[in-house]
Design a protein around this ligand. Sequence first.
Ligand code: FAD
Ligand code: NAD
Ligand code: ISD
Length: 455
Amino acid sequence: MGRAFVYVIVGGGVAAGYAAHEFVKRGVSHGELCIISEETVISLSLSIYIYICVCVCVYICNVSVVVPVAPYERPALSKGYLLPEAPARLPSFHCCVGSNEERLAPKWYNEHGIELILGTRVKSADVRRKTLLTATGETISYKYLIVATGARALRLEEFGVNGSDAANVCYLRDLADADRLVNVMQSCSGGNAVVIGGGYIGMECAASLVINKLNVTMVFPEAHCMARLFTPKIASYYEEFYQSKGVKFTKGTVLTSFDFSPDGKVTGVNLRDGSKLPADMVIIGIGIRPNTSLFEGQLTIEKGGIKVNSKMQSSNSSVYAIGDVAAFPVKIVGETRRLEHVDSARKAARHAVAAIMEPEKTGEFDYLPFFYSRVFTLSWQFYGDNAGEVCHFGDFSGNSSFGAYWINKGHLVGSFLEGGTKEQYEAIAQATRVKPKVEDLAELERQGLEFALSV
Ligand code: FAD
Ligand code: NAD
Ligand code: ISD
């Protein structure tokens, strides 16, 4: 059995949602577009009882209902979703609310004639025949394919440590993970949480755990948190802020094993430096791997992702790739990169659809990398590339905003700002895009934010 579509998107995350929105804006016809996504969540837990007589009721079992999920804004999972009060829940954060546009609930896809094949894994792809085979045995054919399969969380077992399946060990990539994390967190209030990894997941989850009244220790191998982006000076500001909230840091080491209770829960975390941390729960955030396996051997792979050109087109001209899975030419830095951030996924999705539907009118994707995070009362944005020499500016005492510029080969290439206003963030973005010449770092430091505002 099989169905044929003009456009097929495999993967139903952020990039897929924004691509669908762009298809509709550009006038896709009913029945032309389909999205296939495996993502599901266990949504309902119904208790089933039977009545023996009018007043005797016997509990039989709990029934969990697996519900497929339409594209949503994944960033909500490590922020609003984990709040103890008024947490964000679907349908409030379906795409495209993250960029203040309309919210695409499942009904929207139906109204626009988009076929949502949800809760369904694509298990193989044949780019020569232009077909996909789903886990339900259906063959879906396409004229154009957009690969938006995102990434999966790296597991501890890939680093030689067992225990990922323990009931109180959590990862955070999708809604099902987030639900599980919330349940585990609520069952451990007042207890000890160990966060493995000092990147985005580690930092955002640690903040949420504190807000949920757990005692948090973060463990990571680097000398400071957010090592891929933060300078030691920026990191030390965040670490001191976290410490003021009660978070402890164990740096420069990794976990080697867990201790387990007789019922299989983790009770302790053993570290390479010989120390042991008591644990009522553990969150793992040790990076991701792009979901490229369907296309390995069929499409060119670079930097761990599907290599695409500036129209998001892969080495097969009918196949496009967007989001975490795509390695694309980042013109402003002059190299192919794979970015693991939502703004890139949203904009690449729109660009790919434009390139497919209006190829003559669509130029090169000229993307300025943009990363951000919000934790506790803090909020930062970064634009560009963190390469070259760093010049810090502003007030690191916590009383007002501060930031950093990166200067490479005499030009501003990257800008970071904590605690800025909308106008200030726009200014650092604009200045970074212009790449102004910088001759005197001391003068740049003295001018600080004024420099960006004057470009
Ligand atoms: P995803 O959103 O991961 O979607 C991929 C989809 O493809 C999934 O639904 C998956 O189930 C499906 N899929 C994969 N393989 C198959 C298959 N074979 N068959 C069918 N379906 C398949 N970025 C930021 O810039 N700011 C943030 O604040 C931020 N917060 C984040 C918080 C969390 C908890 C996480 C996990 C990520 C966060 N990110 C953030 C990163 C951002 O969410 C990703 O960059 C973005 O989701 C990438 O979009 P994508 O569509 O490429 O992949
Ligand atoms: P990451 O790459 O940000 O951080 C991984 C961290 O894992 C490293 O900083 C390191 O400290 C740690 N690590 C690596 N190997 C380790 C080991 N053996 N033992 C202990 N620690 C180890 O990845 P992440 O934090 O897992 O985030 C996953 C994905 O989610 C990323 O793509 C990220 O961009 C995305 N995300 C982004 C945001 C945001 O942009 N605000 C928020 C949440 C998640
Ligand atoms: O970009 C984002 C972000 O940081 C979120 O939390 O999108 C989500 C939505 O704003 C959630 O509503």
